[in-house]
Each structure stands twice: as C-alpha cells, then as structure tokens.
Ligand binder design. Sequence first.
Ligand SMILES: [Zn+2]
Length: 504
Amino acid sequence: MPQELRVYNTLTRKLEPFRPAEPGRVRMYVCGMTVYDYCHIGHARAMITFDVVVRWLRETGLDVTYVRNYTDVDDKIIARAAEAGEDPLALSARFIEALDEDVGRLGLLTPTHQPKVSEHIDDIIALVERIVERGHGYVVPAAEGAEGHDVFFSVRSFPRYGQLSGKNLDDQRAGERVDVDPRKRDPADFALWKAARPGEPSWPSPWGPGRPGWHIECSAMSMRYLGESFDIHGGGIDLVFPHHENEIAQSESGTGVHPFAHYWMHNGHLTMAHEKMSKSLGNIVRIRDILDEVPAEALRLLYVETHYRSPLPYSSARLVEAMAALDRLYHAREVLAEMASRPPAASAEELVRDLGEPAAQLHELASRFPERFAEAMNEDFNTSRAVALVYDLTRAVNRFGNNKKWRKRSAALAEPALAAFDLAGRVLGIGALEPEDWFRQVRERRLRAMGRSEAEVQALVDARVEARKARDWARADAIREELAELGVVLMDTADGTRWRMRVG
Ligand SMILES: [Zn+2]
C-alpha cells in the first residue's frame, strides 16, 4: 500500500496527512479569475494545479465537490469598463465566455459549481450582517462622492489575524502609508461592503446601495456550496495576503466556526524568462494565443513538470521541449498499440527471460508504475516526479520497440505499459490522446504557421516516391531536402512512406 496522501498546508507550514472532515468526501474551493481580461499563463497555472489535485483525489476514490468562482464584480472590472465605455457586467460576461472557451481548450475539468459574485449578492449581504452583529464589522458613512454607507472589517477584533500569512499587525504599522482612510479604526481594516458611486454596479442593502468588497465574495460563495467549514481552499501564492488572510478572518468571525478551511494550498509564481522568444511563438502570454501554436497537452506538460509550489520558469524553449517529449511519448504509445495488436505469443516472464535487459526494464517500469506514481502524487501532488516516471517508461518502450521482431511477440509487455500511460493521462492530462490525434494537431499547427497545406506536403512526398521508383535519385534527394526545410520528417516503412512534422 502506498503511503497516505500528505498535503503542504500553508496555515501550519507543514506537510500534513490529508484527512477530509467527512471520510470519502472532499469539499474544495479555489479562487477563480477576476474576469476583466483574457486568461494568461499565470492564471492557467492555478487552474491546472488544482485540476490535477481534483483528478488525483478522484482517482483515489474520493468524492470531490470542487467550487471555482468567477469574480465578476470588482474594482478592476469597473475601471476597465469605464475606460471602454462598456457596462461592467457586460464586460465581465464577455470575459467569462472567453475564459470558459480557454478552459475547454486546456482540457480542464468543469468544477461542480462555478458561482458568480453577481448572483450571490444576497449571500454576501447576509454574511456581512452576521459579521456586524457579532461585533467584527462596523458601518461608517460613505466617503465623499458615494451614497449610503461602507462596512469595514475590524482586524483587531479577530485575534488570529495574521495566522495564515505570518504577518503581524503591529509590524505592519511601521511601513504604513500616511493616507489611511480616517474612517477606519485600524489601517489594516478592509471593506466588506462598498457604498455605491455613480456609474458603478450596485445592489440595495441594509447600508444603502452598494457592492461587496473583494474578500467577502469568496467567503460567502464557498460557504454557500461547501458549508461553514470545508477541507481545501486553494489559490495562487499571491492570494495568501491579504485575500486569504481576510477570508479566514471574516468567515470565522461571521460564523464562529474554526477552521474555515482545514488545508490551505497555494501554487507558486510563474516567471517569464527574459529571453527573446521564438518567432513562431512570439512574445505572447495569453492562453488562447499559445493554444493556437501548440496543442494544450504541451502547455499542461510544461506546468506539471514543475512541482506546484515551486516557481515555474516559463519560456518558449521549454514549450518546445515539452512538444518533443510528447512526440516521444506518443511514439511510445504507437509502439505499444502495435505490440498489443498482435496475438500474445508468450507471457511477460517468458519475454523477460528470452529478450533480456530491455524487456526486463520495460516490464519492471510498467508493472511498478501504478505504485510509484501513487507515491509521487501522495507526496503533496509531486507531479514533477510523476512526469519523470512517464519519461522513464517512454524511454524503455522506445528502446524495446526499436527491435521490430520483438514487437511482434510482446503483447504481454504492452498491456501494463498502456495502462500506465492511461493512468498518467487521467491524472496529469498528458499522453491521454490517441497518438494520431497528437501528431495531427502538431502537423496542423506547424503547417498553418508556415502557410502550407497538408495537400502540398503530400504532393511533395508522392513526387519523391515517384522519383525513387524512376530511380531518379537526384530528384528524390532534392525533394527530401525541400521537405526537411519545411520540418517534415519522412519515414519509409513497409507500408509506404509516412511523414510527420518535426517539433521545434
Ligand atoms: Zn478568493
């Protein structure tokens, strides 16, 4: 039995055994995007991180309720809409649609619930009322230019404030800026409810027309779907302070229930290497632009190759490496499919005995894969180690598969290796396609980037076959050169000449 799952909890700064409050069930909330622009590669890191977390929890048999919100009411949205002369909610609706499109293309699981702030104003108002009633929030007249009242959270009323981020309220005073809102009791107090300003979206409330503060949104929406205490709260590392610190303070103050969330998980930063990006990729950061250039699996692989808590260096060179790695992986899958298609001629043990080390290595890596993969994933979702196992198996398959005679009688070795790739495909979302779909995706994108069509390449390939038949070697070689310049790799097989696009 592999060891039980351990999760790094930001709250305790320790790896802890993962024990959901209700055995067999996991309740998980992840902060979603503030929808005022297209999704970029930084957002994708959080989404892919927690997608893999959910996939692994489900793979181990847990019933996961996964909530990821859309923040569609926010200062940034209002500012962007004002610039564009657009209604803020129309602007956010537009970017929610774009986000859903990107999420679909990335192959991410659809969360169980995807609440929008604009549809949970009643829940938010009810929570703010509870916080005020319990003496943790206070109501002040709106600042000049706004109508009604603001409601602030009193950080001093919550003794555990700072437990998540390790920040101390008194230390913060030193660096405090002078232009603190005089209506606040403490400079660190934050808005639960903001009084309406002209042109901003607003809703009626006990404090006059207004809108929620950012932090309270996630508290109200997570509690709505998961209850007052749940298992995992996730998000990017930049959300630890103040967003998650404030979420804990206001949630536990409003309900009196501790803890609001048992495990706080945070993915690390994504860093852009200061490099000149390749011409084909350009200097792009939007998910949709990258997915026009490379298949989604290449991007996913780039993310899961790094442990989720480590900084992730993003570069187009790494994306090209991921493409090449997937090419090798799908080549291995093709080899295995061919092996599996033959009638079983011998047992795995007989093959290992007869064919020696390459067979033994393939057998060992494939049959022990599920256990090693589980060990890696149970160690705080160590996808980096899990990917290394996939690479080891890929190498062993390709090494073994080089021997065409062996392939014909080794169906027994193929089955566990195919099962291993399927497991990695389900959990990591890589290697999950049919090989021909992968090679087609690569081909289509490369040809599009070069302004060439498949038919043109096929015509050249056919012309070379004709030239060879006519023993016109000079012409055959010239065509091969031309194809090589296009990045076309030719494979002369018994069934004729096949071709594929080189990556990079
Ligand atoms: Zn949030």
